[in-house]
Ligand binder design. Structure first.
Ligand SMILES: [Zn+2]
Length: 122
């Protein structure tokens, strides 16, 4: 069980934590406050994306093998599971979460538009 950031009671199951994110938080059964796993707020996925993926692709290219990519995927999954289990549940600010999701949406939209101009429309 994981403890609530508002009342410090252990009220969230691993399933609650897994299903919750800042836009769709879990509700504490003791105090009724909202909480979520931080998940994508962690710096790890960003770090892995910016540095890990190019390095892994480069190594795979040099070795001419998929083994390094598979190994990297296993490490990423394990690291995600460990950080998921270790990080505490976080208090949820719905307004802030909404803004974050809109920002992510716009960034994805810009990337999509860029890909379409660069790849499909030429
Ligand atoms: Zn609580």
């Amino acid at each position: 069980m994981y403890s609530c950031p508002n009342c410090n009671e252990e009220t969230f199951s691993i399933l609650d934590k897994f299903k919750s994110y800042s836009f769709k938080p879990a509700k504490c059964v003791k105090c009724g406050e909202l909480a979520s796993s931080k998940g994508c707020n962690s710096a790890l996925p960003v770090f892995v994306g910016m540095f890990g993926v190019p390095v892994v692709l480069f190594v795979a290219h040099i070795l001419k093998s998929w083994a390094s990519i598979i190994l990297a995927l296993i490490v990423i999954v394990l690291a995600s599971c460990i950080s998921f289990h270790r990080e505490p549940m976080a208090k949820v600010n719905i307004e802030k979460a909404k803004n974050q999701y809109w920002l992510a949406f716009y960034i994805l939209l810009i990337i999509l538009v860029w890909l379409m101009y660069d790849g499909f429309l030429r």
